[in-house]
Write a protein that binds this ligand. Sequence first.
Ligand SMILES: [Zn+2]
Length: 423
Amino acid sequence: MNKRVLCMLLALCMLFSVFLAGCKKKDKTKTDDGENTRAVEQLPFGPEAPAAVKAALEEKLRESAMTPVQKYWDDESNYGTLVPYDGIVEHIFFHPIVAYPELAFDGDYKESGIDDWMVTVSEYNKILQSLYDKGYIIVNMNDVWTETTDESGKAVMQKNTLMLPEGKKPIIISYDDVNYYEYMLENGFTYKLIIGDDGDIWSWGLDPQGKEVVSQDLDAITIMDKFVNEHPDFSLFGAKGCLCLTGYEGILGYRTHTDKDDTSAEFEANRQKEIEAVKPIVARLKETGWYFGCHSWSHLNLAKASYERVVEDNERWQNEVGSLVGETKLYFYPFGGRLDGNDVTQTGPCFKYMQEQGFRVFASVGIESYSKIKGDICAVICDRLHPDGTTLRWSRSRYLQFYDAADIFDYDVRPDYGYDFSK
Ligand SMILES: [Zn+2]
């Protein structure tokens, strides 16, 4: 049993014993089992009292189980009147972040890819702070568009009016490849998400000396959790990010995938163990505002994939990942490669298939938070911006609305690949 549940039970017992003590002050001589029953029978309140007390206790329990950000949004007086917002909803995405730059930027063959596509812990912390300072508030991507029917009865997507605290600007944050791939483990990233004794999400990994480290300061997810607990007005009703998962090396650091080359009983037994181990992680992430999207099973370049390949990949994702994280309407193109040959002007057979499978929002990568509701099919296509090494080095101006790369860039630890902050 974890500490949070234990604390809640303890609080419940204390409250109940205080209540009982109050009820039976004059009758506290007997110690046999009959005492409690009689004490309850002699309640000085009306017959409805036990239900009222139960409700009060339940309310206390509910409150004690809430995170600080959940408590903040549970009380309207904290955030005041919400106002409608119909403007652009910005969308940025991260990959896993570099916990140990000395392992990531050590001159091996992975160095330049990590430099291109990742930010360091220090950069990530500064980016979150800057987004917050500039008035952004994280919204859940599922709340931005909804499926509805038009006058003719046809299913269409619609963009919703968001209700935000006055002056706030909405932003979606997504996280690609939150799988803790094998190659990342020796290259300066955390190894997996775990549940700590407090019931919250922590990361587990090894530091450069090989020592075990359990932390909330080294992983994009736990850092975000901490940040919104400290700044609850950064997260609309506790919304965090979308975790976009592949399946070929399991999810969230757990090896839940099948392997066509290893069908041994031993592999399968370990896989089942990993599946059981990841379930509470998924549940806790969902409880605390995280949600999930599909990033294909095999990190497939969908722009080049045949119809058969797209179907096979999706079935495997649904079986091995969807079965663990639940249904999602959100699809995130690996390499930004759009279905049916990257052609956004038409709706090809692969796009139609994925839409029939339940996907409604298809996100690629671009130079702005573009989005378009498709007219011929019930779906939204959109682009995301990408805070990472390439844009920190070469696209400062495009990201100034979020942060200034000159203030963010980790000069001390990144390799000497140059940068141009005049761009
Ligand atoms: Zn990816």
